[in-house]
Design a binder for this molecule. Sequence first.
Ligand code: PRX
Length: 648
Amino acid sequence: MPDQAIDTLLSEERRYPPSPAFAAQANAQPEIYDLSFEEFWEQEGRERVTWFEPFTELYRWERPYAQWYLGGKLNVAYNCVDRHVEAGNGDRVAFHWEGEPADDRRTLTYADLQAEVVRCANALKELGVGKGTAVGIYMGMVPEAPIAMLACARLGAPHTVVFGGFSADSLSDRLNDMGCTVLITQDEAWRRGAPVPLKRTADEALALSPGVTKTLVLRRTGNDVPMTEGRDHWWHETGSEADCPCEPMDAEDLLYLLYTSGTTAKPKGIAHTTAGYLVGAASTHHYIFDLKPETDVYWCAADVGWVTGHSYIVYGPLCNGATSVMYEGTPDYPDKDRWWEIAERYGATILYTAPTAIRAHMKWGPEHAAKHDLASLRLLGSVGEPINPEAWVWYHEHIGGERCPIVDTWWQTETGMILITPLPGITTTKPGSATRPFPGVDAAIFNEQGEEVGPGGGGYLVLRKPWPAMLRGIYGDDARYKETYWSKYDDVYFAGDGARIDADGDYWLLGRVDDVMNVSGHRISTIEVESALVDHHDVAEAAVAARADALTGQAIVAFVTLKGGVDGSVEKLEELRSHVAAKIGPIAKPANIVFAPELPKTRSGKIMRRLLRDIAENKPLGDTTTLADPSVVDELRLRGADEAAKDD
Ligand code: PRX
């Protein structure tokens, strides 16, 4: 983030104290911050989940690996589904599901959810899934996605959910890395009125993933899709209501892997285990969203393919017995008021979304929300990227009617749960600040030398103590785990984010400090996009940097040198963008491509990424003395400016 923008942020003077009425009824009361680290997590471990066998040791910290709730036995699906039915809440709605096509709706109670999870678990059993079998899930936003996840958890089969917007290559890489033998998918998904061919993409992926020998296919759109005899099985033709007990799992058994981008081309399989993850997701969900399961209608508008969907659509809310809204499609289909129509229909009380979505609604104008009665809303949340104060204030005014507290929640795929956040009813919020570490979270900001900086300072966000939902490693790659998170400082988790702390001790997250970009709240590594570009037969060399973007937070700029004789035409540009979409997924498409005869390199031949970032951002260039050929930069600046003009 440019220094000037940081100064503007930190001079933000608006304050939003909690209302006495909200504070009086809040799940979080001020004493929560008085509990010690051990007291807090001990209490949460006992209160949020039901154990088959209680834990005997709170945590063990063999740096850099932590284990939590040792000795405990439990099952995540039992906690998220069965125990609510057993407690007499089977009639409570678990999901108000809204399909994208008009009037396509379903309501699932907890009893319905239990029946569906059991059916799916039995179907998986028929396909040979048992404790420890790795299962891939490649689906859209249908109730069967959480059902599939919970069915895996019921059997003790770890899953990896792959976002439905990812390409066949991305899907197959993940299935192969985890060693999946079964894939759950669907014929097609609906998106902006058009079918998304998930099964077809899955078929392409499976051609590269011979380890997957069985699939379970949900019929969603009903259009014809090819089924491979012996391998592919229809969801509705498999499974039964026969009893399917919940497998008792050890606290530290693997629950799932979720792949995320790091600073190399290969995504990392972030490992989350059973007990600590569930306690962390449920505890944060209970206090931060102030959930009252009997009366709230909670809506997390993320996709289950991302960690936000895992922790705050599926595991946290269901563990807490929440009634949720789940929506299949895009916010502007068929009209730009679709979200607000849904919020009004179900009487949503809590809404959790990303700044990029809020900025899109801002751009479309407040009149779309104004058409609907949003008086039921009582709490708003934000996640995924720094929220700019204008978007925060717009959200507060036009969606929250100036009465709803906003929780700006900082966390990561790796952290599994929210770590820095206001607590509604307690925290006085400031637009743009995620405010404080959650109770039981020991965060700090360190300078380059590893010293903690105090109020007024800035540096890198770190975590000094483990937390229950923290990643247990990168699947199959201990060295990378240590290198990525634990090598910058001794025994301290380095998050990869820059942060400032203001005079009141509130945190302001400033974005990534590594080669990870954040486009519309999605993590993409520069090197992943570069690899996709150089995979194209006409590309000799490529380097990628991010620039600020008013809508998507950051946008991808690619600098590309074509092979001799190839023309940098508009058609070529589109071809390269499509190539990246096909290799990774549409989210990774560069917004701009600058064709250049050469990329700026040091005399030893290294691409100078810092310079490219400055060029992409249109910033003054720092030291260029190490450049092998300084004229390359002038050329790029000229071309970069041309490109930027074209994009607008
Ligand atoms: O840079 C931070 C940003 O998103 C990164 C984590 O991305 P991912 O693992 O995809 O998880 C996104 C959803 C939890 C972080 O390193 N980030 C996330 N939330 C915020 C944020 N940046 C600023 N403020 C936030 N509230």
